[in-house]
Write a protein that binds this ligand. Sequence first.
Ligand code: FAD
Length: 474
Amino acid sequence: MTTTPQANALHTDLLAMLGERGVLQDERSLTTFSKDAFYYSPVLRAELADKRADIIAAPQSVEELRELVRYACAHDLPLTMRGSGTGNYGQCVPLAGGIVVSTHRLGRILELNAQTGVARTEPGARLGQIERQARPLGWELRCYPSTWATAAVGGFVGGGFGGVGSVRNGVLWDGFLRSIIVMEVTPQAALHRLEGAALLGFIHAYGTSGIMVELEVNLSAAVPWEEAALSFPDLESALRFGHALALDAAQDKRLISLHEWPIPGYFGPLEAAGGVASGRALALLELREGRTDAVLERARAWGGELTYRTDSAAYHAGKFCLSDFTWNHTTLWAMRRDEGWTYLQSNLSSEVERALAQMAELRAYHGQVQVADGSQGCGVAFHLEIGRQGVGSEGERLFISALDLIYLQDAAQIQAAVDERERIGVSVANPHTYFLDADPRWSGQPVLDARAAYNPRGLLNPGKLSRGAEAGSA
Ligand code: FAD
């Protein structure tokens, strides 16, 4: 525990406010709660290693949170909101020290309305809990990250993008939220109920625009899902199949995740279950019950062969689910096997021919490298997620998002790989920067407007916007 007089005074004050369970200041907690999953990036590992909170606060009610906000305002202390700390870009790392506010004691599901399909929750409620409790009532999450078991709903809205379900229902911007209640970071700590366009100021805003204290999440009608893994001769065949499946309105699906070899070889538990065919690409799918046979039949045209299957009774009930190998979990499995890998998030063309040409160019750019076991391999390995954006709007479109593994650890080489993608027309949501306004997915002015209204003194999560943006212009 830090023992300066200031640290002691802070501890005493917060203890009086939040009680024993609401305050953490031991070394281990300070280290743990000051980090998230930024360690996937060698660049952020170096830049964020020494950033640390002075204390961790875990209020258990809106009233306790209000007292904390008033205290922070009175003492000019930075506040950094934290859900479960699984964000990848240092989103809940306290860049300027101060108080990390963990929402793990604000984790209640307040209401699951079986008639309207709306979940009303506290910000720390886990997505997995919402999905599991909603399903027996006939509802499920519209989309969720592969970290669904631990991630908090406030953290997903504040730092996420999309995931399982995005191929069907779109991403966070596509009606995931119905409303939020926000606490402003001022001495009044007033509450505001926001809906409609005002929600844009809080989606993927890295906790810079106000504190979400309650969320209403729109669910979608539950579907019995089956899982299937199919191997293909190569990624091109898998992509042609996956793209056709994504466009086929008659086939309902929750997940289309495609992986070129050697990536499937990193999926230990799936390999042990016989789900991986050596040397072949892999498609991981969630399909509506009763439709899997038809999809398998269709996949044969591209050389697809079934390697693994579960029925709907086993959905989310086994030792693992196929989504455990998708979205950014793919990177996790690769890094576990070989720490030389990191990743980018490259938005390929949604046209298959152009996407294939872009991948060919990038394979040539990255060339051959020697990997940890001494063998030669390509310096890029493609993992693709197919999803939809703008669902329900005129601008609805399919996306092919690569979470492309790159065999690089040097910051300058990683930046050069980003520049190369942009040179050939592939935009990158760069996971090697912690600046929100460097992310092409951020909402821009609505975040700045919300920040001006609900975080006027900039005490919330300072440093996450580059200097120009923090001063107020997008
Ligand atoms: P945290 O990391 O705790 O917080 C995220 C941001 O939200 C922070 O900026 C924080 O300040 C802010 N925040 C938290 N609570 C509040 C609040 N009450 N008010 C205001 N701001 C708040 N992301 C995806 O979108 N899709 C994926 O499929 C996906 N897969 C992943 C796989 C792995 C293996 C890993 C490590 C990460 C993945 N992520 C993915 C990123 C991350 O897991 C998700 O975005 C997750 O939903 C974040 O939730 P969290 O509770 O951990 O948020």
